[in-house]
Design a protein around this ligand. Structure first.
Ligand code: NAD
Length: 487
């Protein structure tokens, strides 16, 4: 792969400040989802090498936690600058290994960098507190301490940002980290390691390990020297890792799947609603945990919305991410296309209308043409499962009660969207939607300053915002007896 700064393209793992290869020589190819050409290879580390990586991170923890917060903040700030200076190459890497359009890739680089800057600032604010004492003559307080080595396991849909949202918080808190990226998109993670080294992180503080996903993750979960596990990925794997962490009672944060409803109230124009749903559904080709999965439209505007929305869907340009005209890039691999096909077939079999989405027009094996299904119902997979594809399922509702019940009719609880200009309705929905995040009249909702996360089967804990760093901090309570009464 050709980059302006070729040193960003690494095909090794990064452990204790060194680029290493797996001792057994095993490696795995990484493909460009646009055309299935091989981009490069990752090395698969053996269990003993992963054990050594944990030792390195554990040793480095002692020095890293001992640094002053402003010293850690300065290195994080350098890292932010490195991302900023290499924006174009990082975006290129994302386009090639993930498939997303260039403008979205540039957006992801900025988004990823924003977490580093935010947590560089938050590093100085991990304050404890004092409380009025119930014990005569005592002084009571708390101190915040880094939990220790953190393992960070990340998905392929946002290969940079899902790492920095975790790593910047952990590093700011004083933890050291082992990042295990998705094998589909390892090169962004390895570029981050190169930039971390250039930013001045001491050896062992930021490590990227590549290996067999299930084996490596199981080892990290069972490892007693790892004190926190933060995972972003599917609910299925998240539940498995939660179980695997039980034996070592780790701090666990999980950012899992979503099944976002997008509710359109009767007071909204079909044009306004259609533009918003296009933005909420098709970014990253629908492979986004925040993607609108079920579009619930008031019956009074249902047909008008469908007609307008179908026109917008038809206009979407499908192609390689490197083409500046592309709106919808490829899916990550063929299995994702098969899953999307199965979801559409299931919906049609159970009575949905396929309004748009002729798959014979797909420009390659990993592409899925934007698809519009109307009249979807709760028995269908398109309603129950996160489709993670450019498939929009639409359904009509009659009353607010019905819309809220339908929106909440899922095991997931990550994000929900509401489009309305009716104030009373806004407050009611914010109260009654069972989701960790609710966006009203806005598609954009994430950013470094907000607590991102879900409820129900969508996860545990929050990333970003004031609370994001707490996932990596222990609260130590202290009681100083006999300090005397204030005079
Ligand atoms: P995934 O669960 O298949 O993989 C996520 C990570 O887990 C990868 O690094 C993978 O290698 C690793 N892994 C660990 N143990 C594994 C095992 N036993 N089997 C397979 N992989 C294992 O998820 P994905 O397909 O990479 O990502 C898509 C999912 O991530 C979607 O469900 C999406 O909603 C979710 N996601 C959630 C958020 C959020 O913030 N809530 C953000 C992005 C993606």
């Amino acid at each position: 792969m050709k980059l302006n700064s070729q040193y960003l393209f690494r095909q090794y793992a990064y452990v204790n400040g060194e680029w290493i290869v797996g001792s057994s020589g095993r490696q795995e190819a990484v493909y460009d989802p646009a055309d299935d050409t091989i981009l490069g290879h990752i090395t698969l580390l053996d269990p003993a090498q992963i054990g050594s990586a944990v030792t390195a991170a554990d040793d480095a923890f002692r020095q890293w936690r001992a640094k002053r917060a402003d010293q850690r903040a300065e290195i994080l700030q350098n890292w932010y600058q490195q991302l900023h200076d290499h924006r174009s190459d990082l975006a290129q890497l994302l386009v090639r290994e993930q498939g997303k359009p260039l403008s979205e890739a540039e957006g992801e680089v900025d988004y990823a960098a924003s977490f580093i800057r935010w947590f560089a600032e938050e590093a100085r604010r991990t304050n404890g507190e004092n409380m009025p004492s119930h014990i005569p003559g005592a002084l009571l307080g708390t101190a915040k301490e880094p939990v220790g080595v953190a393992a960070l396991i990340t998905p392929w849909n946002f290969p940079l940002a899902m790492i920095t949202r975790k790593a910047a918080a952990a590093l700011a808190a004083g933890c050291t980290v082992l990042v295990k990226p998705a094998n589909e998109t390892p090169f962004s993670a390895l570029a981050l390691a190169e930039l971390a080294e250039r930013a001045g992180f001491p050896a062992g503080v930021f490590n990227v390990i590549t290996g067999d996903p299930a084996e490596t993750s199981a080892q990290l979960c069972a490892e007693p020297r790892i004190k926190a596990l933060s995972f972003t990925g599917s609910t299925r794997v998240g539940k498995l890792l939660l179980k695997q962490c039980a034996s070592t009672v780790k701090r666990v944060s999980l950012e899992l799947g979503g099944n976002a409803p997008f509710i359109i109230a009767p007071d909204v124009s079909p044009e306004e609603a259609a533009d918003a749903v296009i933005a909420a559904k098709f970014q990253t080709s629908g492979q986004d945990c925040l993607a609108a999965n079920r579009i619930l439209v008031h019956e009074s505007i249902y047909n008008a919305f469908l007609e307008t929305f179908a026109g917008r869907v038809r206009d979407l340009v499908v192609g390689k991410g490197s083409n500046p005209r592309t709106d919808v890039g490829p899916l990550i691999h063929r299995a994702a296309v098969d899953k999307a096909n199965a979801i559409v077939e299931d919906a049609v079999r159970l009575g949905a209308r396929l309004i748009h989405g002729d798959q014979s027009l797909a420009p390659g094996a990993n592409y899925f043409m934007p698809t519009l299904l109307s009249d979807i119902t709760p028995e269908m997979k398109v309603w129950r499962e996160e489709n993670f594809a450019p498939v929009a399922g639409v359904s009509a509702y009659r009353t607010d009660e019905e819309a809220i019940a339908q929106a909440n009719d899922t095991e997931y609880g990550l994000a929900a969207y509401l489009w309305t200009h009716d104030q009373k309705r806004i407050w009611r929905y914010i109260r009654e939607l069972e989701y960790g995040m609710v966006a009203v009249n806005s598609v954009k909702m994430t950013g470094p300053c907000v607590p991102f996360g879900g409820i129900k089967h969508s996860g545990l804990g929050r990333e970003g915002g004031k609370t994001g760093i707490d996932e990596y901090l222990n609260t130590k309570y202290f009681c100083l007896g006999n300090v005397g009464q204030p005079s």
